[in-house]
Design a protein around this ligand. Sequence first.
Ligand code: HEM
Length: 461
Amino acid sequence: MSYTLLTTVKISALAFTFFCAASFADQDHEHRRESLRALDASIQQLGMDVSSAERDAIASAMLAGLDVSRAAQQQNSPRYGDRFRRDAHAKATGCLRAEFEVNGDIPNQFRHSVFANPGRRYQAWIRFSNGDMLVQTDGEKDARGMAIKLMGVNGTPLAPELGAGGTQDFLMANNQAFFNRNIHDYAENMQHLARLDRSGWFFSLWPPRLHLKQLVRAAQTVSSTIDTPLQERYFSILPYRLGETEIKFASRPCAGADYPITVDQSDENFLTAQLADNLQSASACFDFVVQPRNTDANTPLDDATVIWEEKDSPFIPIARIHIPPQTFTSEAQWEFCENLSMNPWRGVGEWEPLGSLNRARRLVYHAVSEFRHTSNNAPQQEPEGWCLPGEVCTPQQGLNIVKPTWPLPRCFDALARSVDGQVLDSQCADDSYAIDFSAQKVEAGAAPGSSAATKSIQSHY
Ligand code: HEM
C-alpha cells in the first residue's frame, strides 16, 4: 500500500485559513473583522475572478462554516465521540470501494478531464452520507449524499492548493435544487445556522422576512427517508464546465438494479446494515450521467434553486460505477473514511465548477477540512488505491469477489451505439487500464451479519 502525503506547495494565503480556524473560538467583533479582511486577501491571491461583494460573502461563509463545525461538535459530543466532523454530511452510512468506467460510446464533446479516454477505468472510493451536520438516526428525514473520489487520474490539477493531482472528486446529493440561490443567500443563511437556527433566514416575524422559494427547496432537501443509498438518484445540483460544455452531472441506479430490503429499519444505523447485507455477495451499479445546458431553456448558472428540466436537456450516460461485493465495516475503514476530504475543485484538465456557490466551495471545503483534520490531529492524505493506511493488502483488498459478474461491462453490450454516430472504441480492447480481478478473494474481515460486523456497525459512531 502506498500513500502520497499532500506535501504539494500550498498557496501561502490558504495556510491562513487554518490559522483562522484554530483561533476563532472566543474572538470579538474586531478580530472577526480582521479575519474577514485576511480571508478576503487570500481569496484574491488564489486569482479567482470575483467581485468584492462575492469575496466578502465567501469569507463570511468560511467563518460561518467553522462556527457550524464547532456548534455541531458540541451537539454530537459526547454521544458520538468528541471528534470534529464535516460540517455538512457529518454521518457516513458507508465508505465503499468502487470502479468508475468511462463509457466506450461517450460523445466527443465530453471527452475531457477524466473522461478523455473511452473505456478508461479508475479505482474509486464512494462515501454515502446523511446530509445533516448532526449525527442522527438513519430513519430521520434528511438529504443523502454520494461523494466519489477517482484515483490514478492524469492531468493538471485545477486547484493546486488541494494537492499534486492524481484524484478527482464528484459530490452529489439526492435532490435537484439547492435551498440558496447563490453565495450571497448562503452566507446570510449560514449566520443563522451557526447559531443552530435552521429556519431564521427563511422566515421570521421580526424582522419580517420570507424567502419562500428557498424555504420550499429547503423543505424538499431534508424530506427524504430512504431504504438504501443504492436505490437513490444523486445530483451535482450546481453546474460545471466539461471541455466546452456547461453541464450538471448525476448518478442513477442502473436499469434493472434491485436491492432487497432486509434489515430492521428501527436500528439507528440501518442504512449501513442494509448496504452491508446487499453487498455481502451482490454488486451494485450506477450510471454516471451528464445534462448539457440548454440555453434556450431556463438553465441559469447562478441560481441553484432552479432545476434544469430533463425535458429541456436530458441526461446522457457517460460512465458506469461498479460497486463490487465487499466488506466495509472495519474500524480502520471508518477511520479512513472520516479522514477523507472531498472537494468539488479537486479535479484535472478541462473541468471547472461554475457559479458563485461553487466558487465559494473551493475555499469553504478546504478550510473546514483543514480545521477538522487539525482539531482531530488526523492525517490529511489523498489515497492512491483501495488499500487502507497502515494495512498490508493486495489490490483487491476487502472485495468479496474473484471477478465482477454483474453488471457486464458495457464493452460486452453488442447493441451499444454511439449517440452521435461516431465509430465506437472498444472499451475492453485496451487492458492497460483494467483492474486485475484474477487473484483469489483476500481477507475480507468479518462477514456482514456476523456478530463482529454487527458490533462494528453499532460502534463506529
Ligand atoms: C449545492 C450542491 C452541493 C452538494 C451536492 C453538496 C454535497 C456535499 C457532500 C456529498 C458532502 C460530503 C462529502 C464527503 O462525503 O466527504 C459535502 C460536504 C460539505 N459541504 Fe457540500 N454540497 C453542496 C453545496 C455546498 C455549498 C454551497 C457549501 C458551502 C459553500 C458546502 C459546504 C460543505 C462542507 C463545508 C462540507 C464538509 C467538507 C469537509 O469537511 O471535508 N456544500 N457536500
